[in-house]
Design a binder for this molecule. Structure first.
Ligand code: SF4
Length: 214
């Protein structure tokens, strides 16, 4: 697999920015608290599923303070259709308690403090910062990983290293590019049966021969 030239990376970037000009997350949220909870729930789970779960959760627990005082069994019940709901329920309460104890009830908006919260890794922190304040950061989920490898933008074996490669390739407007790569991977460059005939970056794809052969 060859890494695209700087010129081609620029073209790929421009095409994604044009196609997904106002790309944003499909998670439904109305404030930072809801965003953080949504992103924590979305790990290994679909946004669709999270959007089904959260209305009832937010009706009962509408802020960090209420969530910090929640009973574990109640949260488990409310999020039980989510993958890994046992761990996620524990982490949600721990996260809220830590925000109350360590940050005066205000969710911090920087990476270092965010990752100090239970259940919040670098990817979750980046997605929150990307979505909430359009931070120039990349985050790599399964879709971003697949697309960036198919386009030769990264050969890395881990999401962390892939994130570094994408950051080095694109440098700016990473928040829009992150969402663009997620949506492109989710709906077009799918893991199985990607829609290659109608792909706007087909000329740069390093996997399409493989798909054609099937
Ligand atoms: Fe994905 Fe197909 Fe486009 Fe390649 S040609 S980037 S596999 S949709």
């Amino acid at each position: 697999m060859r890494k695209p030239s700087q010129k081609n990376i620029k073209i790929i970037k421009e095409r994604f920015l044009k196609r997904y000009e106002n790309a944003r997350t499909e998670l439904n949220f109305s404030n930072l608290y809801e965003l953080l909870v949504c992103v924590m729930l979305s790990a290994q789970c679909t946004d669709k599923r999270v959007n089904i779960i959260t209305p009832n959760l937010f009706k009962k627990y509408s802020n960090v303070e209420q969530l910090a005082d929640a009973k574990l069994d109640d949260i488990k019940e409310l999020i039980k259709s989510c993958s890994f709901f046992n761990n996620k329920a524990k982490n949600l309460i721990k996260m809220a308690s830590a925000v109350m104890e360590n940050f005066g009830g205000k969710i911090p908006l920087n990476e270092k403090d965010l990752v100090s919260l239970a259940g919040v890794g670098q990817k979750t922190a980046h997605v929150v910062l990307i979505e909430y304040k359009q931070a120039n950061l990349m985050a790599v989920d399964t879709h971003v990983f697949r697309v960036s490898h198919r386009l030769g933008l990264s050969k890395a074996k881990t999401p962390e290293k892939t994130e570094e490669d994408l950051t080095n390739c694109f440098k700016t407007e990473l928040h829009t590019l992150h969402q663009a790569l997620v949506l492109f991977g989710r709906y077009q460059c799918k893991a199985i049966n990607p829609i290659c005939h109608d792909c706007f970056v087909q000329d740069f794809c390093q996997s399409k021969e493989g798909f054609k052969a099937r």
